[in-house]
Every structure is written in structure tokens, then in C-alpha cells.
Design a protein around this ligand. Structure first.
Ligand code: ZN
Ligand code: FE
Ligand code: FE
Ligand code: ZN
Length: 265
């Protein structure tokens, strides 16, 4: 089943195109199931330019828009999702907001290490001040913490830390095994995303080595484009699906009313 479980709307301030155009693009590409997962509003101070996420007061209208579009589309099936940031100081507030809406799926994302938006090109200079291996350790520790919080169904772009091509030297196998075991314990799924193909790292999130570790640990996977324009809907999905199959998966998952559904790849 062709699934794209991660796409945005202009409400986040950095995506283009109306939701119906994303649905039309999905239909043209033969996708069976898609989810809108726009960026949930961030806590005060984390989005100073309003360019990362929707404003809190937009959430109800976002939900209503997507519900209307979902009701009108038989194929593809359209799910109501949200991409929520892991902000450890605001867990209770995030949990309340998530619970206040009838989401099908909640993606959990680590876009911040403390208050550093490490994947924002506007803050790339911070990378030159950091030890790359240290940033990786901190990123994966944070990812595990987020996954273990119980807030999320799917961990999005699970090795986003590599986005600009900062990769520490040496063998990552032990780190990946630990991360995969922790995510398996947490009971979350992970996203296999084509977005990395369009970024300087020029590879899928997660890397084949990390994906193989997820497979060994029994972590379920879903597939996604992280589209921020209609043209990106389903982009790179063939490569993503090939990577999923190479890792040994024959099933993928999506979520309805926050229940995991497994279907054959
Ligand atoms: Zn975005
Ligand atoms: Fe993200
Ligand atoms: Fe996203
Ligand atoms: Zn994203």
C-alpha cells in the first residue's frame, strides 16, 4: 500500500499550496493513504519569526480544514495528523493540546537541541562551534527521550541530525542498536522519509544502517515525503519503499484514530 504519512499546509509559514492540491497530487501519483501533519504551534519563544509552525489559535481551523478534505476524498484516504516538536519543558502542555483534537496520527520530531534549531539553515553556523559526535549523541538521546514520552505514534525523520552532512567518523553500529532497542521498547513506529534526498545529506532518513537496526529490533515503519509543496507529495517514495524492502520489511503501518494498522508493503 502506497502511504505518505507526512505533509504540510501553508499554516506553518514555510509550505506552499492548498491542501486540496496536495490531495490531487496524491491521487495523480496513485497514493492510497496520506496524512496531513502540519507543525503544531511551538511554546513561546521557540518560533520568533512565525516560520516554523502554525499559531496556537489556528489549530481548530486546521483540524476543520483537513476533516472537510478527508470527508470529501475517498481515494486517497486522507488522515488528520500533526507534527509535534519534542520540547521537554512543555510535555504536559503538548500532551493536552494533542489530546484536545481527534488526530489519527501524531508525528514526534526533534528539531531542537535545547533551544538550538539545528536543522534550520539560518542557524547552521552553530554547527562550526559544536563537536559533531557530541551533537549526534545529544540528538539521539533526545530522540529516545521523545519516543519514550508516550506522546507520539511515529518518530519523524529519525536521523535528522545528518541533514547538512555533519556525520561523525567511525562506526555507528552500537549507537544505532541502542536507539533501535529503545524505540522498540517505547512502542513507537519510525518514519522512512524521502525528505533527506532533497537536502545536503542526499540520503533517506533514516540511513540504511539505522533502518537495518530498526528492522532487527522489530520497530514498525511508515513511509513519507514530508512534502511542503504539492509537487513533493509522494516524491522519492519509490526509493523509500525500495530501502524499506531491502531492510527486510514486508509490511508498513499507518494510523487511524491513533491505532496502528499494518498493511503489506
Ligand atoms: Zn516544515
Ligand atoms: Fe520535521
Ligand atoms: Fe514535516
Ligand atoms: Zn519536517
Amino acid at each position: 500500500m502506497k502511504i505518505d504519512l507526512h505533509m504540510h499546509t501553508p499554516r506553518c509559514g514555510h509550505a506552499q499550496g492548498q491542501p486540496f492540491e496536495y490531495v490531487e497530487a496524491a491521487r495523480r501519483s496513485g497514493l492510497d493513504t496520506i496524512a496531513f501533519t502540519d507543525h503544531l504551534a511551538l511554546p513561546d519563544g521557540y518560533d520568533p519569526h512565525g516560520a516554523y509552525a502554525m499559531r496556537p489559535e489556528e489549530l481548530d481551523a486546521y483540524v476543520a480544514d483537513i476533516q472537510e478534505i478527508a470527508a470529501a476524498s475517498r481515494s486517497p484516504r486522507v488522515l488528520l495528523g500533526i507534527e509535534a516538536d519534542w520540547v521537554p519543558s512543555h510535555v504536559a502542555e503538548t500532551a493536552r493540546t494533542i489530546a484536545s483534537q481527534p488526530f489519527d496520527v501524531v508525528l514526534g520530531s526533534v528539531h531542537f537541541l535545547d533551544d538550538w534549531a539545528f536543522d534550520d539553515p539560518d542557524h547552521i553556523e552553530e554547527w562550526s562551534l559544536r563537536d559533531v559526535a557530541g551533537a549526534w549523541d545529544e540528538y539521539f538521546e533526545t530522540l529516545v527521550q521523545a519516543a519514550s514520552s508516550g506522546l507520539f505514534d511515529v518518530m519523524a525523520h529519525p536521523d535528522l541530525v545528518k541533514k547538512f552532512g555533519h556525520v561523525p567518523p567511525g562506526d555507528m553500529t552500537a549507537l544505532y542498536e541502542d536507539v533501535a532497542a529503545a524505540l522498540a521498547d517505547a512502542g513507537v513506529a519510525v518514519e522512512v522519509s524521502s525528505a533527506g534526498l532533497r537536502k545536503p545529506c542526499a540520503e533517506i532518513y533514516p540511513s540504511e544502517a539505522l533502518l537495518a537496526a530498526f528492522r532487527r529490533a522489530g520497530v514498525p515503519v511508515t513511509t513519507a515525503s514530508d512534502a511542503h509543496t504539492p509537487a513533493e507529495v509522494g516524491a522519492g517514495l519509490d526509493e523509500v519503499r525500495a530501502a524499506v524492502a531491502r531492510a527486510g520489511y514486508d509490511a508498513v503501518v499507518y494510523f487511524e484514530a491513533r491505532e496502528m494498522r499494518e498493511v503489506s508493503l
